[in-house]
Design a protein around this ligand. Structure first.
Ligand SMILES: [Zn+2]
Ligand SMILES: [Zn+2]
Length: 198
């Protein structure tokens, strides 16, 4: 399964260019089997999810969010619980996500100063982003070094804000992704590979 772990749509992310429909169409065209929608500090409603799933049965559409915590951006994959929007402390968010079987991924930790401070003390996120549209080259290698030091997995993700950003960085897994929370064991057990298109 070709999976996008980090995707924005203009429905909820002010910085995104394209609508959910436009993004889904492009993901399908690029051969994706599953996507986690991760708008900035917003969760899709059950209605939004059901509506997109009905329109696009060719792809599994799972909920998530990209939560801002100070200078950190944390992906919480496998939930659309609005309670996450009200939480302010990283340890609380990480503990809730873990208890609910969601996967937490520190997004682009070396994109800007301070984006990796969360890694200095426990509890740690489950994984780090490696290569994305917003973290490549030297910053991506810094993320890889930090992940190795901490023993955390890394994932490639699109961080796509427009259709042309889709299909550059992704992960693939041979395991089925039936439920949104299936992503956590897949990543923690290393049952996937990160890919990038040249
Ligand atoms: Zn971000
Ligand atoms: Zn993002």
């Amino acid at each position: 399964m070709k999976v996008e772990l980090h995707l924005h749509t203009k429905r909820y992310s002010l910085c995104a260019i394209h609508t959910p429909r436009e993004m889904m169409r492009r993901l399908i065209k690029r051969g994706y089997d599953a996507v986690f929608v991760t708008d900035h500090d917003a969760v899709w409603s059950d209605w939004d999810l059901a509506d997109q799933r009905e329109q696009f049965p060719q792809i599994r559409i799972f909920p998530g969010l990209e939560k801002t915590l100070g200078r950190h951006h944390l992906l919480i994959l496998g939930t659309n619980d609005p309670e996450y929007l009200r939480m302010e402390r990283a340890p609380d968010v990480l503990a809730k996500a873990r208890a609910e079987g969601c996967l937490t991924v520190l997004a682009h930790p070396f994109r800007w100063e301070g984006g990796a401070e969360l890694l200095e003390q426990a509890p740690l996120p489950d994984a780090l982003e490696y290569r994305t549209f917003n973290q490549d080259g030297e910053a991506a290698e810094m993320a890889m070094d930090a992940a190795k030091r901490l023993g955390l997995p890394t994932v490639n993700a699109g961080d796509a804000h427009s259709v042309d950003m889709i299909g550059r960085f992704w992960i693939e897994t041979e395991r089925p992704l039936s439920e949104a929370t299936d992503i956590r064991p897949i990543v923690l057990e290393g049952a996937y590979a990160s890919h990038a298109r040249r």
